[in-house]
Write a protein that binds this ligand. Structure first.
Ligand code: CA
Ligand code: CA
Ligand code: CA
Ligand code: CA
Length: 420
């Protein structure tokens, strides 16, 4: 029994050895170097003032013994540095470096002496500011509404630096943000809500991804103008009420506050539009309409205005039909010619009749005089007056017709009268 027990324990020991020993020898067989993953650095795009923290995740089945950083800067290599671990994360801060190329790799050793390393990484350290220059508006321009700002921009390492656009309305004393854009060399800027002014500047600030910045402003102020000009028309001539009774000289006076007047345009009586340069004369009787407007140097166009004027330089047409020269009138009717046909004789009351017309302004009134004394005024046709008051021998009958412009026509008839 004791013998059997001994055999059993030997068998048991062999079983243990068969089961356990291989597993111990497997542990001693770790030939796998540590796994190095998640290699990165901060900042991602360093500049010449940044320290650089390089880090990686390092793991191993039998434990990580050491992690080392190997780097070369501009071809010159540094002795390896030990990276400090925190859990499975190992990191090391290096730099700052001047602009140039930094190359590195990470090597790790496990507790049984397996060593592995990463491939090579390279980082460009950018110590150069972007190159930026405003090209429009760059001084002296007149802007209104929407306008395209342009600038030149490049960088040694960033294909698309960030751009911040500012404007100043006071020559650079204060600045207002327009917008921030990523890259690009133009921007559609709406000036409509800005105050008119002649002291505007644009500033473009560029920042590369390494944080290097540069800025440029318009070289000289430009003008923002969203207000059209104001044009006045001036008629110069002799006037009687609403009517001109002479030639009229027309001129324009246009004002613009910000960019100044570029042109004034006009047309007369719906004719063709003309560019106004010098005063011009209207000499034709009648009503004339003149349309006009101005455009400023920023392209703002004034609404069209229309003015009208009336010219009547001529007297009305006046013909005295009764009495006719050289007739004898009895009770208002012509009965015969006088002997020589020069004298007019009137016996008894007579209606003095005048025909008055005025094509341009119309007839205003007609006055009847005897020997210089006003006897009657007729304001509408027929233009006549019954002369029945006592009169003897030579009398001067005078008719004065007025048109609405105040021009007059005068007719005088000398008669020998016998009105009792
Ligand atoms: Ca290992
Ligand atoms: Ca740069
Ligand atoms: Ca500039
Ligand atoms: Ca203007």
């Amino acid at each position: 029994m004791a013998e059997r027990k001994k055999v059993m324990s030997v068998l048991f020991a062999i079983m243990i050895a068969v089961i356990v020993i291989p597993s111990v020898s497997m542990g001693l067989d770790d030939t796998t170097p540590p796994t190095i993953s998640n290699v990165h650095w901060q900042p991602q795009y360093p500049n010449d003032e940044s320290g650089i923290i390089i880090s990686a995740t390092v793991t191993d089945a039998s434990g990580v013994a050491s992690v080392k950083l190997f780097y070369c800067y501009q071809g010159g290599c540094h002795p390896p540095l030990t990276m400090q671990g925190s859990g499975s994360t190992y990191s090391k801060r290096i730099g700052p470096f001047d602009e140039g190329l930094l190359e590195f790799y990470i090597s790790a050793t496990d507790t049984v002496g397996n060593e592995g390393s990463t491939g090579e990484y390279s980082i460009f350290i950018d110590g150069t500011n972007p190159n930026v220059e405003v090209t429009f508006p760059n001084g002296g321009e007149y802007l209104s509404g929407e306008t395209t700002l342009t600038w030149y921009l490049n960088d040694n390492n960033d294909p698309s630096p960030d751009v911040t656009i500012h404007y100043s309305s006071d020559g650079g004393t204060t600045w207002e943000l327009v917008d921030e854009v990523s890259g690009g060399t133009s921007y559609l800027w709406n000036t409509s809500s800005l105050e008119d002014g002649q002291n505007y500047l644009i500033k473009i600030t560029a920042e590369d991804r390494a944080g290097n910045t540069a800025a440029d402003e318009s070289n000289a102020p430009f003008t923002v103008d969203n207000t059209p000009p104001t044009t006045n028309i001036i008629f110069d001539g002799e006037k009687n009420g609403e009517w001109f009774v002479s030639n009229v000289t027309v001129s324009f006076s246009a004002m613009d506050t910000a960019s100044g007047v570029n042109i004034t345009r006009y047309r007369m009586d719906n004719g063709t539009w003309q560019h106004y340069t010098d005063p011009f004369v209207i000499s034709t009787d009648g009503e004339h309409t003149i349309s006009y407007y101005s455009i400023d140097n920023a392209g703002n166009e004034e609404n069209e205005h229309t003015a009208s004027l009336h010219i009547n330089k001529n007297a009305p047409t006046l013909v005295v039909n009764t009495p006719q020269k050289g007739y004898v009138y009895i009770a208002g009717r012509p009965v015969m010619k006088t002997l020589l046909g020069t004298t007019t004789i009137i016996v008894g009351a007579i209606t003095i009749e005048a025909a008055v017309t005025d094509e341009v302004s119309g007839v205003n009134k007609t006055e009847f005089y005897v020997n210089g004394v006003l006897k009657h005024t007729a304001y509408a046709p027929p233009y006549e007056w019954l002369w029945e008051e006592r009169a003897l021998f030579l009398n001067a009958i005078k008719v004065i017709a007025y048109n609405n412009a105040g021009n007059t026509a005068v007719a005088e008839v000398r008669v020998i009268a016998f009105i009792l």
